[in-house]
Write a protein that binds this ligand. Structure first.
Ligand SMILES: NC(=O)c1ccc[n+]([C@@H]2O[C@H](COP(=O)([O-])OP(=O)(O)OC[C@H]3O[C@@H](n4cnc5c(N)ncnc54)[C@H](OP(=O)(O)O)[C@@H]3O)[C@@H](O)[C@H]2O)c1
Length: 283
């Protein structure tokens, strides 16, 4: 099948591209420089030139704290750009996949959020992703909206990289222990998305790493697995104030009859640490 991956140089985009190649798809991968999703003629041109059967939109404004000062900018990419792409794909009968986020939820739940849960985002980023979900759904009936969470992988800023850097620089780190979610390895998610677009299971999907933990537990596991001596000290969200509010609890579950399940996040972490070592090894 012919798959167009947009935002292809991002952390998830590169894995969807690799997984789509591995599944034997004909893949066109466009990074931000090659296609800006907020540029209507460019979006139209790309769709008409490549005539994909499925479009995976990994382009996004992902600076969660930055979005608090630039909600308009986040909306332009995560909502308006996503709608343009979804509509252009729909006009030629192509499916569209829009990755979304656990940050569409307010975190008040105490059991995993199912696809039917009502979004109530706390942050500008979350609002832009919720708006994008709705716009994509109305712009193209053949849509997959895949909510995931706490991504880590090659080629992007992520919590694992931040912890490994801090662990080299200081003997201890303070990490939030009162927010729980599902860390997700982008290679696992990318493979799941490449498979999902082949089918017809439209609508919302929750797909995240198996299990769940707090950022504090995640940090401890990172140092354990990487063999880094750094003490993790638990902090409250209040102590480590960030610009954007985050949900206290955003573990994702699925009520789909045949849900896509990913390997446990600890396995994802082990695979990621091995992959980054390989990527850093001299040729
Ligand atoms: N990261 C997470 O923890 C997380 C969690 C849940 C869901 N998600 C969702 O997963 C998806 C992928 O996220 P990610 O972590 O892979 O993000 P990422 O690494 O920041 O990648 C996003 C990519 O989009 C590109 N981009 C930004 N604006 C664009 C535009 N106007 N047109 C075209 N491309 C544009 C960026 O290019 P530049 O860098 O050149 O701007 C970047 O390559 C997003 O939809 C995100 O909301 C992420």
């Amino acid at each position: 099948m012919r798959v167009l991956v947009v935002g292809a140089a991002g952390m998830l985009g590169r894995e969807v591209t690799a997984a789509s190649h591995a599944r034997g798809h004909e893949v066109v991968a466009l990074a931000h420089g090659a296609l800006d999703v907020t540029d209507p003629p460019a979006v139209e041109d790309a769709i008409l030139r490549y005539r994909p059967e499925a479009v995976v939109n990994c382009a996004a404004f992902t600076d969660v704290d930055g979005a608090e000062d630039d909600e308009r900018g986040a909306m332009r990419v995560n909502d308006e750009g996503a709608a343009l792409l979804a509509a252009a794909a729909g006009a030629i009968g192509a499916k569209v996949l829009y990755p979304s986020s656990d940050y569409v939820f307010d975190g008040a739940a105490r059991r995993p959020y199912l696809e039917s849960a009502i979004p109530a985002p706390l942050s500008a980023y979350g609002r832009s992703k919720q708006a994008g979900e709705t716009s994509v759904a109305v712009s193209n009936s053949r849509h997959f909206i895949v909510r995931s969470s706490w991504l880590f992988g090659l080629g992007g800023k992520n919590f694992v990289e931040t912890m490994l850097r801090l662990g080299r620089e200081q003997p201890e780190v303070l990490v939030v222990s009162d927010q729980a979610g599902c860390p997700t390895y982008t290679r696992h998610l990318g493979a799941a998305l490449a498979l999902l677009v082949e089918g017809e299971e439209y609508g919302i999907h929750h797909i995240a790493g198996g299990g769940g933990c707090s950022w504090y537990e995640f940090a401890q596991e990172i140092f354990d697995q990487a063999g880094v001596e750094c003490r993790v000290m638990a902090a409250s969200t209040e102590m480590l104030a960030r610009k954007a509010p985050r949900p206290a609890y955003s573990v994702l579950g699925s009520s789909r009859p045949d849900p896509v399940s990913l390997p446990h996040w600890q396995k994802g972490l082990a695979e990621y640490l091995a992959a980054r070592e390989l990527a850093e090894a001299p040729a």
